[in-house]
Design a protein. Structure first.
Length: 447
């Protein structure tokens, strides 16, 4: 699963139809939305009392006929009288949205990101009170309405650097680099002492360059920076500021010849095999990529993960909630559906083994490789939301400025300048970003 920025412009017509239908439904057969108490009585029943046929709708077309079938077998060991069927959608949002105008959208599903948050109670079963559930689960705030939780993230992912332990050892890197300078020094050691590519950018594929933006919280050392500080910050790409430091690492690595020799011919699928085989030392990617790289060859044990280098006083692994699993409020077998949701989150192992993240439940231990970081004082935190009244402000400025924080175009410019294909210095690039950003911020805020 690639953690690309979700673009839903293609679903605009569907969204308009959905919103109209939602309004109509709210006035008729689905009028009991909001402030509804969750029915937790299923937890008090003997598992064998819970019965029914349920359909679970998933976006994982790749494992619906394998891993999910095994999940059903394990679930049935606890709930023998529940029959679980699966349906996988290739274009999850595009295919599930039209069905939301009916009552036939499965029993357990994922909350489509296209649904306005205020309309969520019209379609899904309440799971509990936010004040209580946020103490048990990460990320439940994102799809809560009026203090009630309607979904739990199927995984919580994070962004950092995938690295090859064997290559680092061969290069003589005894301790993982923690600052930008130390990281560039480590890449130089890889170049000097091994045959591996120090850092693979995947320039040609393009989208992997957008993964870098996911590390901005680590560079800033502040979970509030992105949504609360940056929207009102003047010239956020000045030297010393988080984005300047972040993309200076990209520029310096390319300028010093520490990336692939010909970025124009990179290959994403091949890069996973190369990294597994020790031909690549590092790649900046979300945690979702770990499993893919481990399974790309015979050297899974060589694949490690580290925080992005930072000069911040504290090191934060920024967490991001994946899609939320929920229950159709129209399900005829809600007890069975809720039992499946609970088992999937707490007992299936999906979050770590299939999504490359960590479990939303706080009481599920961190993966061993991350537990070591926690012991070192590295924090795992979700980003702080935007301040009240400033929701979406950062995105508006970004779009108006055309800087494209989560797009690949300007990142390619950095690499092109670094390798000599553009007559620009890094500081000139950042100055241009500042000029465009400040002009856009002035326009958006004044409007």
């Amino acid at each position: 699963m690639k953690l690309r920025r979700l673009l839903v412009l293609g679903l605009l017509a569907i969204l308009v139809t959905f919103t109209t239908a939602c309004s109509n439904n709210s006035e008729s057969d689905q009028g009991d939305s909001g402030n509804k108490e969750a029915d937790l009585s299923w937890k008090e029943k003997d598992p064998e009392e819970i019965k029914g046929d349920i359909t679970v709708i998933t976006q994982r077309t790749d494992i619906v006929d394998t891993v999910f079938q095994d999940y059903a077998k394990e679930f049935n060991k606890n709930y023998p009288n529940v029959n679980v069927e699966f349906e996988a959608l290739t274009d999850y949002g595009g295919e599930i949205m039209p069905r939301m105008n009916t009552k036939e959208y499965g029993d357990v599903l994922l909350i489509p990101v296209q649904i306005p948050i205020e309309n969520i109670p019209d379609y899904f079963e309440p799971l509990g009170k936010l004040d209580e559930m946020k103490e048990e689960y990460r990320g439940v705030e994102e799809r809560a309405v009026d203090g009630t939780v309607y979904g739990i993230p199927i995984a919580v992912t994070y962004t950092g650097i995938v690295y090859n332990k064997a290559v680092f050892a061969e290069a003589g890197i005894e301790e993982l680099p923690s600052t930008p300078d130390e990281f560039i020094t480590a890449l130089q050691k890889v170049k000097d002492n091994t045959d591996a590519i120090p850092m693979y950018t995947n320039y040609a594929a393009g989208w992997p360059l957008t993964q870098w933006e996911g590390t901005i919280t680590t560079v800033a050392g502040d979970v509030a920076y992105y949504n609360q500080v940056m929207p009102k910050e003047k010239s956020p790409f000045d030297p010393g500021k988080p984005h300047y430091e972040l993309y200076k690492v990209m520029y310096d690595a390319a300028e010093k010849g520490l990336i692939e020799k010909d970025p124009l011919t990179t290959d994403w699928e091949a890069s996973k095999v190369m990294m597994n085989n020790g031909e690549i030392a590092t790649m900046v990617l979300g945690s979702w990529a770990i499993e893919q790289i481990e399974e790309a060859g015979e050297h899974a044990e060589d694949i490690g993960y580290m925080p992005f280098p930072t000069n911040a006083d504290k090191v934060i692994f920024p967490l991001g909630a994946d899609l939320n699993i929920t229950v159709n409020k129209n399900s005829e077998h809600k007890d069975a559906a809720l039992a499946w949701l609970d088992w999937f989150i707490n007992d299936s192992g999906y979050a770590v083994e299939q999504a490359g993240g960590i479990n939303a439940a706080y009481d599920v231990p961190l993966p061993s490789e991350l537990a070591e970081y926690e012991e070192q004082g590295i924090e795992f935190q979700l980003l702080a939301p935007a301040k009240e009244g400033e929701e979406g402000l950062l995105d508006e400025i970004d779009k108006e400025s055309e800087v494209g924080l989560w797009l690949e175009d300007k990142k390619k410019v950095i690499i092109e300048a670094a390798i000599g294909n553009r007559d620009m210095t890094y500081d000139e690039i950042m100055e241009q970003w500042n000029e465009d950003w400040d002009a856009a911020a002035k326009k958006v805020i004044e409007e």
